[in-house]
Design a protein around this ligand. Structure first.
Ligand SMILES: *Cc1c(COP(=O)(O)O)cnc(C)c1O
Length: 464
């Protein structure tokens, strides 16, 4: 402790080691690494206890929008703090949550009119799943309970870490211990064609994926509660970019069979793919749209599950009929978070952020172009500001590096030395700058990443 009773930098490091269990972290290795302890930020940089500055290359895990310490958002939160920080939506309404709901509906695809708030992407998805299951039991010409309980989702999907959202997420690997706790879902192939089965070229394989999706939906139509998808880009799977027309085809077949489409825009929403929402690019209106991450500008925990009047109306009626949606979280519609969300939407307009996305996406494509033919890069995938660079030992056979190399992780460490924070998904190096990041900072981010990939892959290839 310092003489005035505040923790020193060494205290903070020690207390993190002793008490903080980090998400998705192999904690024994993590402690050895002495990760930066962030205490400040300015613009698009984070500052650690040693005063070192780092470009926030993954927008603080895909949620930061306009940078850090944005004066307009800071002021909006402070102003709200002078009125009320939080009051419940259970039995009461709140000004900021009503204001923000209206603002969201105004920018969302037409017809999405009912906003159910929660506080994380996973809870937004969880609420969506329960909402559509209950909807089928209460809609006009209802199905008996239990009739429609199967969800369709994509292989390698990621929808959050609660049991329900994991159930519609990927199946193998770190979820095996939860077998039996997860509910069954139907999986359809992720429409990506880096590795195609023998005899099929990319186009043919992608067509097969879409046909297979349609077959699974048609064969199970009567048993399906809904279809859950990350529109345009499967983020956590490694920035898997869907071919044009896939989302539209999912919408067409689900609409024809009256199967609710749940679009999880937690990652892709708020500009990341170049439009405010990814669904817009295929002119798709889902029945339920999940928002999180960037919804508060990356300031405070907030999420929303937005749906149509049609679904909402199935929950109306005399209270004694029990048609209520019995679901809610304590911090639902938090006033400070909604105030930040409103300020963020204002900045989208004032700063023409969607134009900036187009510009910096172009900068990224140009700067990362040198990786396209790199001997250890299988593929550079990009949509808007979402970029994944997949590293391999041998580009021709698409042979991965041995897992013990933890290659993606090595790139992260190398980039950190160069003053840049990135975060891998296995051997996929992910870049996800804030949509408001200026072009010159994006250049620095790309340059450091290219250098780091070069150094690390060369070292790994030489070592065995
Ligand atoms: C991050 C993410 C989630 C989960 O959001 P949390 O706020 O971490 O619970 C859900 N869906 C997608 C597509 C995501 O990228």
């Amino acid at each position: 402790m310092t003489t005035d009773g505040r923790p020193t930098n060494d205290d903070l490091r020690a207390w993190d080691d002793d008490h903080v269990w980090h998400p998705f972290a192999p904690m024994s290795a993590f402690r050895e690494e002495r990760v930066p302890v962030v205490v400040d930020a300015e613009g698009f940089e984070l500052v650690d206890t040693d005063g070192r500055r780092y470009v926030d290359g993954v927008s603080s895990l895909w949620c930061n929008v306009h940078g850090h310490r944005v004066s307009e958002i800071d002021a909006a939160v402070r102003h709200q703090l002078d009125r009320v920080a939080h009051s419940t939506l259970l039995g009461l309404a709140s000004g900021p949550s009503a204001d923000f709901a209206k603002r969201l509906v105004d920018v969302l695809p037409a017809g999405l009119t009912r906003v159910f708030y929660s506080d994380a992407g996973a809870t937004a998805v969880e609420a969506a799943l329960k909402m559509v299951v209950q909807y089928h039991c209460q809609k006009p010409n209802p199905d008996p309970p239990g009739q429609r309980r199967l969800f369709v989702s994509l292989d390698e999907a990621y929808h959050g870490d609660t049991i329900g959202s994991v159930s519609v997420g990927r199946t193998e690997g770190f979820h095996r211990v939860f077998d039996g706790l997860l509910f069954d879902t139907l999986k359809v192939p992720a429409p990506v064609a880096l590795r195609t089965p023998d005899g099929l070229d990319r186009r043919a394989y992608l067509d097969w994926c879409a046909d297979e999706m349609e077959r699974v939906v048609r064969e199970n139509g009567e048993r399906l509660a809904g279809f859950v998808i990350e529109p345009l880009v499967q983020g956590a799977a490694g920035i898997l970019v869907q071919p044009e027309g896939y989302l539209k085809r999912v919408r067409e077949v689900t609409a024809e069979l009256a199967i609710p489409l749940v679009a999880d825009e937690v990652a892709v929403g708020f500009g990341k793919t170049g439009t405010m929402f990814a669904c817009e690019q295929e002119d798709v209106r889902p029945d339920v749209l999940c928002l999180g991450k960037g919804i508060s500008g990356g300031y405070l925990p907030l999420a929303a599950t937005v749906t149509t009047d049609e679904i909402f109306n199935a929950f109306l009626g005399d209270p004694s009929r029990g048609r209520t949606f019995f679901h809610g979280h304590t911090y639902t519609g938090n006033a400070l978070a909604c105030a930040a969300g409103i300020a963020s939407l204002d900045l989208f307009e004032r700063d023409a952020v969607l134009d900036n996305v187009v510009e910096i996406a172009g900068v990224m494509a140009a700067r990362l172009d040198v990786l396209v033919d790199h001997p250890h890069v299988a593929e550079v995938r990009q949509r808007g500001v979402m970029v994944g660079v997949e590293l391999v030992r041998d580009r021709n056979g698409l042979v991965p590096f041995e897992r013990s190399h933890r290659l993606g992780h090595q790139v992260v460490l190398e980039a950190r030395r160069r003053g840049v924070i990135v975060r891998p998904l296995g051997d996929v190096v992910v870049l996800m700058p804030a949509v408001g990041m200026p072009a010159d900072v994006v250049e620095r981010l790309c340059e450091a990443t290219v250098e780091s990939i070069d150094v690390v892959t060369r070292r790994a290839a030489a070592s065995s």
